[in-house]
Design a protein around this ligand. Structure first.
Ligand SMILES: Cc1cc2nc3c(=O)[nH]c(=O)nc-3n(C[C@H](O)[C@H](O)[C@H](O)COP(=O)(O)O)c2cc1C
Length: 557
C-alpha cells in the first residue's frame, strides 16, 4: 500500500508519443518526475547537502565552460563512441553512477536501470545501499556490465563479505566511495523525513539478500545500521587493504584534491572518479569539472580518471572528456528517467545524452573521442578577458570618451556662444594626445583590431601556443587596410567613430542644400586635426558642420 502511495498512479504505464515528444532533455525528465513521484522522493532524488550550493555549482561550472569548435577537420565516416575502461570496452563513454534505493523511484528500481545500461552497453554501478541485492540483480540482468560501489565499513568482515558477493556475481570492478565519512546533511530530509516503504530497503543487508552480511542486521532500521557503519577514522591504508583482498580493479570515488589523487596513484588504484557525489556530501565543495584538469594533469598518465557530478547533457560529457576524463557517470539524470518511465525512461535519457554528445562532437570538429582535446574547451573568462579583447575594450573606451567630449562640444556650440579659441585649443590638445604626425583618424574597428592583433603577437604569452587564442597567434599578419577614402561612411556607427571623408562631406553639403535628412551625418563628418594646421582645418570642419546643424535653415526638423 505504502509502496503504491510512493509510486503514485500518476506514473504512465507507457509514454504516449505526444508525451515523449515533450521529453526532449534531461531537464524535461526532471520536470516530469515532479509530477510522477511524491515530494519526499523528489527531494531524495534531487536534493543535496545543506544549502545545496554544490548542487547548483555543479551546473554553473559546466555552463561557464565554452566549447571552441575547430572547422574543416575532415571528419571521416567512423563515428564510434566506444571507450575502453578497466580493460573492458563500452559502447559509450557514459556510465550510470551508484544511487541508493532506486525502488523509491520505480518498482523495478536497479533492475530497470541496469537493463537500460545493458541496452546501451555502458557500465551500471550498483550501490551497496541498493534496494535490489547483488544476487538478485546479477540474476535479473546477467549480461549488464556491472560495477559494485561500496564503503569500507567499520566492520571489515562485513565489507569483505560484500566484496566476495560482488566477485561471485561477476561484477567487473569495485568502486570505493571515499567522500562519505558520515551521511550527508539534507535539509529537505530534515523538513520532511523520507519514510521507507516496507518493501524498499537496503537489500544487501537483509536476510535472503546475502549470507553473513544479511545477518548483521535485519531490523527496520537497516539504513540506520548501514549509516552507523560509515567510518570517519579511515585512512588510505584502508584502500590498500581493500586492494589486498580482491582481484577486481579498484576505483576510488569522491576525489576532489590533486594530493589525494597522487596518493591514490601511488598506492596503485586502477582509477578514480572525480566527484562531489552530486553535491550530496560536502556543501560548498568545488564542482568536479573545475578540479578535473588539475587531477588529470597530476595522475592522468598513471590511471583512469573519470568524473561524475552535474552531468546532464551531451555538452557536459563533451567538456569532461575534452578535459581528460576517460568516462563520465550520470546520477540524477538516470534517476529522473527511471522515475518517469522505468527502464524505458533511463534508455531515453541515455539516448538524449548520446545524441547530444554526437551532435556536439561533429559541430566541434571531432569525429572520434580521440579527437577531443583541451583546446576544445575554455572557461568563459578566457574568452571574456583575453588580452586581445582587453586591448579592444580599452580602445573602445577611449574612443567613447573622445566621442562624448566631441558631442558635448557640439551641444555647447549650439546652446551657448561658441568660443572658437577654446575649440581650437581643445582640438590641439586632442591632437597632441594622439601620436605625433597623425593627421587622419581611422575607424575604431580598424585601428583597435590591428592593435589587438599586434598586442597578442608581441605579448610574451603568445610566443608559445596560447590556450585560448591559438588561431589568433598563428594568423599571418593582416593585410593592410584599404585606402582610407574607399571606406564608405557608416551612418549608424557606434559612438566614437569619425573620420575624414571628403565624399561624405560633399554629400553632406548636397543634403544640406536640399534639406538635411539625417542629422547624424553631420556628426560623423568631422575633420581630424594635426598639431600644425589644426586650427584652420577645425574651423573648416565646423563651418561644414553648421551646414547640417539642427539650427541650419535648410534642416526643417
Ligand atoms: C538519489 C541518489 C542516491 C545516491 N546514492 C549514492 C550511493 O549510495 N553511493 C554513492 O557512492 N553515491 C551515491 N550517489 C551519488 C552518485 O553516485 C553520483 O556521485 C552523483 O549522483 C553524481 O551527480 P549527478 O546526480 O549530478 O549526476 C547518489 C546520488 C543520488 C542522486
Amino acid at each position: 500500500m505504502l509502496l503504491d502511495h510512493f509510486f503514485r498512479t500518476k506514473r504512465p504505464s507507457g509514454l504516449s508519443e505526444a508525451l515523449r515528444c515533450e521529453l526532449a532533455s534531461v531537464a524535461d525528465y526532471e520536470r516530469r518526475m515532479l509530477e510522477t513521484v511524491d515530494r519526499p522522493v523528489v527531494d531524495y532524488c534531487r536534493g543535496g547537502a545543506a544549502s545545496e550550493q554544490t548542487v547548483a555549482h555543479n551546473r554553473t561550472a559546466f555552463d561557464r565552460l565554452r566549447i571552441r569548435p575547430r572547422c574543416l577537420q575532415r571528419i571521416g565516416g567512423s563515428r564510434s563512441l566506444t571507450v575502453t575502461s578497466l580493460g573492458i570496452s563500452y559502447r559509450l563513454p557514459i556510465g550510470i553512477a551508484p544511487m541508493a534505493l532506486q525502488r523509491l523511484a520505480h518498482p523495478e528500481g536497479e533492475k530497470a536501470t541496469a537493463s537500460a545500461a545493458r541496452t546501451f552497453g555502458v557500465p551500471f554501478v550498483l550501490s551497496v545501499l541498493s534496494s535490489v541485492s547483488i544476487e538478485e540483480l546479477a540474476e535479473a540482468v546477467p549480461r549488464a556490465p556491472k560495477w559494485f560501489q561500496l564503503y569500507i565499513f567499520k566492520d571489515r568482515e562485513l565489507t569483505e563479505c560484500l566484496v566476495r558477493r560482488a566477485e561471485k556475481a561477476r561484477f567487473r570492478a569495485l568502486v570505493v566511495c571515499v567522500d562519505t565519512p558520515i551521511p550527508g546533511l539534507s535539509r529537505a530530509e530534515r523538513r520532511s523525513p523520507l519514510v521507507l516503504p516496507p518493501k524498499v530497503t537496503c537489500a544487501n543487508f537483509v536476510p535472503g539478500g546475502g549470507d553473513a552480511a544479511g545477518k548483521k542486521s535485519c531490523s527496520a532500521s537497516v539504513l540506520d545500521y548501514v549509516r552507523s557503519q560509515l567510518d570517519p577514522g579511515l585512512g588510505w591504508d584502508a584502500v590498500r587493504w581493500l586492494m589486498s583482498i580482491t582481484t577486481l580493479p579498484v576505483v576510488v570515488k569522491g576525489i576532489l584534491n590533486r594530493n589525494d589523487a597522487l596518493i591514490a596513484a601511488d598506492i596503485g588504484v586502477h582509477g578514480l572518479i572525480v566527484s562531489n557525489s552530486g553535491g550530496r556530501q560536502l556543501d560548498c565543495a568545488p564542482a568536479a569539472i573545475e578540479v578535473l584538469p588539475e587531477i588529470v594533469h597530476a595522475v592522468g598518465s598513471r590511471m583512469e580518471v573519470m568524473l561524475d557530478s552535474g552531468v546532464s547533457q551531451g555538452t557536459d560529457v563533451f567538456k569532461a572528456l575534452a578535459l581528460g576524463a576517460r568516462m563520465v557517470f550520470v546520477g540524477r539524470a538516470a534517476m529522473y528517467g527511471l522515475a518517469v518511465n522505468g527502464q524505458r525512461g533511463v534508455e531515453e535519457v541515455l539516448d538524449i545524452i548520446k545524441t547530444e554528445l554526437e551532435s556536439t562532437m561533429l559541430n566541434a570538429g571531432c569525429g572520434t573521442l580521440a579527437d577531443l582535446a583541451p583546446e576544445h574547451v575554455c572557461h568563459e573568462t578566457e574568452v571574456l578577458y583575453h588580452p586581445a579583447l582587453e586591448r579592444l575594450r580599452s580602445s573602445w573606451r577611449m574612443e567613447s570618451i573622445r566621442s562624448d567630449r566631441y558631442r558635448s562640444r557640439v551641444r555647447r556650440r549650439h546652446e551657448e556662444a561658441v568660443d572658437i579659441e577654446a575649440e581650437v585649443r581643445d582640438a590641439c590638445e586632442e591632437s597632441e594626445a594622439r601620436a605625433d604626425g597623425t593627421t587622419e583618424r581611422v575607424t575604431f574597428q580598424q585601428r583597435s583590431v590591428d592593435d589587438a592583433i599586434a598586442a597578442v603577437q608581441s605579448c610574451p604569452e603568445s610566443q608559445g601556443p596560447h590556450p585560448s587564442a591559438p588561431t589568433l597567434t598563428n594568423l599571418p599578419p593582416p593585410p593592410p587596410p584599404p585606402p582610407y577614402r574607399n571606406v564608405p561612411l557608416q551612418l549608424n556607427v557606434p559612438r566614437g567613430i569619425y573620420r575624414t571623408n571628403t565624399n561624405n562631406l560633399s554629400r553632406c553639403n548636397e543634403t544640406a542644400a536640399t534639406g538635411c535628412p539625417l542629422e547624424g551625418n553631420s556628426r560623423t563628418a568631422r575633420t581630424g586635426v594635426s598639431r600644425k594646421d589644426g586650427a584652420a582645418r577645425r574651423l573648416r570642419a565646423q563651418s561644414l558642420q553648421n551646414l547640417c546643424s539642427p539650427e541650419s535653415a535648410n534642416c526643417n526638423r
